[in-house]
Ligand binder design. Structure first.
Ligand code: FES
Length: 184
């Protein structure tokens, strides 16, 4: 505290526009350059707006990137899963791929057409069941539905697609050749 100070240094005009000698004691003890104070406040506000907008924009760009490039493929050594003639159309079998994975479900959708997905529902991991005539996979736990041809969630609680197992048919044998993550 300065108590009885000499003549106050000239400063910018206080809000009440009275001379410094008529300013209240607290304002004389803690003099503020009002113009500078306003300037700092504006600068801080602009910094805050820029940082917030930047974070918002980065978040949106990340979401766009994930939706465009979010599904990643992990290749692994090819593994024979079934003979083409082993299953009837609409038939299914479980397997693991790569070794030690969660159970996968192979479904025969046509005479030489197959799809395979992680068998665990992306909601709470119940096993999904093929409903080939409806073109869907069904999770009976909470009545979740997935598209049989894409693994995308169609109805019920699941929000993410089923991870897809990549397949190839060679010499009348169906091989698993990789796994596609479910990022969406
Ligand atoms: S566990 Fe599949 S819908 Fe809930």
């Amino acid at each position: 505290m300065t108590g009885d100070r000499g003549p106050l240094e000239p400063r910018s005009v206080p809000p009440d526009r009275a001379p410094d000698t008529e300013q209240p004691r607290w304002r004389r003890d803690f003099p503020i350059d009002w113009a500078e104070d306003d300037y700092v406040s504006r600068r801080d506000l602009i910094k805050y707006v820029v940082l917030t907008s930047g974070a918002f924009a980065v978040g949106h760009l990340w979401l766009v990137y994930k939706s465009l490039f979010g599904r990643r493929e992990a290749r692994a050594p090819a593994l024979p899963v079934a003979a083409v003639s082993e299953l009837p159309v609409g038939g299914a079998k479980t397997f693991t791929y790569p070794e030690g994975s969660t159970p996968r479900l192979l479904v025969k959708t046509g005479p030489r057409a197959f799809v395979a997905y992680d068998q665990q529902c992306t909601h709470l991991q119940c096993p999904v069941i093929p409903a080939v005539e409806q073109g869907k996979l069904h999770c009976p736990c909470h009545n979740g539905w997935f598209d049989l041809h894409t693994g995308a969630p169609l109805a019920g609680p699941p929000q993410r697609r089923l991870p897809r197992v990549l397949l190839e048919v060679r010499d009348e044998t169906v091989y698993a050749t990789g796994v596609e993550d479910s990022a969406t």
